[in-house]
Design a protein around this ligand. Structure first.
Ligand SMILES: [Zn+2]
Ligand SMILES: [Zn+2]
Length: 297
């Protein structure tokens, strides 16, 4: 799937603004030179549980079909101990999707987990991962890398502004994969902290109306706008009501209907779960890594 077919226009616009921020180029290049994916791979390997066909396969097995539909290589997939429900994707050439234990505690079923993994794969399709990684490293190591706060502050603000917009594109990917806005919205409400017995009955259109009320409040005065901008400027995700509203309105569009149809009709070659490459439907062994495919497809 080509990201241009579903990228949110605010994501594209914010990315152009980010790349125009003075110093962004230099900071991004510096980080890329000093950060190695091997280091990150080592950290993840040593600290977290790497999911595989034989390690928590009930979670891992959801990933390859999603990568197949989106036509992306299989990223490394990890589970980390953190009670806060969250998922993220980082890396550059080599990519890592991470789920927290809190996320798995909160989600209600396999459909919701699939929609969250599809959202993360959406970040890969939309080429968000590199800049997300830069954002994460800037936050974590910005000062120790020797940049003064003053130098990186405007870059951080612009990157966080873009990150919030980028979430809207990844939400769209999740809606295309799951065939509608319902499951991603449900998963979204769950991540906000709502247990199933509460969130399953939430009236989504009414919840989306809250985003409209919020926009009206912000538009009322410059002071309101300033206060609200200050309230969200450090966040890397948009408000949940805004995400639900955007998903609801996009899921009713012609663009969504076309993509949904194309995705369900797409023929996908099976993927080797060891190396992540495409293999012939009747192959018994992976021609790239020699993996025995019996029982995998
Ligand atoms: Zn995301
Ligand atoms: Zn293989």
């Amino acid at each position: 799937m080509n990201y241009r077919e579903f990228i949110h226009p605010e994501d594209e616009a914010a990315l152009r603004n980010l790349e125009a921020v003075p110093g962004f180029d230099t900071v991004a290049r510096f980080i890329l030179e000093h950060f190695t994916e091997d280091m990150m791979h080592g950290l993840y390997m040593a600290q977290n549980v790497r999911l595989s066909p034989s390690q928590l396969p009930e979670i891992f097995n959801l990933l390859p079909p999603i990568c197949g539909k989106f036509e992306i290589e299989l990223p490394e997939f990890y589970l980390t101990m953190d009670p806060r429900p969250n998922a993220w994707t980082i890396g550059d050439k080599r990519k890592f999707i991470v789920l927290t234990s809190g996320l798995l505690d909160h989600i209600a079923d396999k459909d919701e987990l699939q929609s969250i993994i599809a959202h993360e794969c959406g970040h890969i399709v939309c080429r968000h991962v590199l800049y997300n990684t830069i954002a994460m490293l800037l936050v974590k190591f910005g000062e120790s890398l020797g940049f003064g706060r003053i130098v990186i502050a405007p870059i951080l603000l612009a990157i966080k502004y873009w990150q919030r917009r980028s979430e809207l594109s990844a939400d769209r990917a999740s809606a295309v994969y799951t065939g509608g806005h319902e499951v991603p919205c449900r998963a979204l409400l769950r991540i906000c902290g709502g247990p199933d017995n509460l969130t399953k009955n939430i009236n989504l259109p009414e919840y989306a109306e809250q985003a409209k009320a919020y926009d009206a409040l912000v538009a009322k005065s410059k002071w309101n706008k300033l206060l609200q901008n200050m309230a969200i400027m450090d966040a890397d995700h948009p408000f949940a009501a805004v995400r639900v509203r955007e998903l609801l309105s996009w899921a009713g569009s012609e663009q969504f209907a076309k993509l949904k149809q194309a995705m369900s009709a797409a023929e996908v070659l099976p993927m080797c779960r060891k190396c992540g490459r495409r293999i012939a439907a009747d192959a018994k062994f992976c021609r790239y890594c020699g993996n025995n495919l019996k029982g995998e497809k």
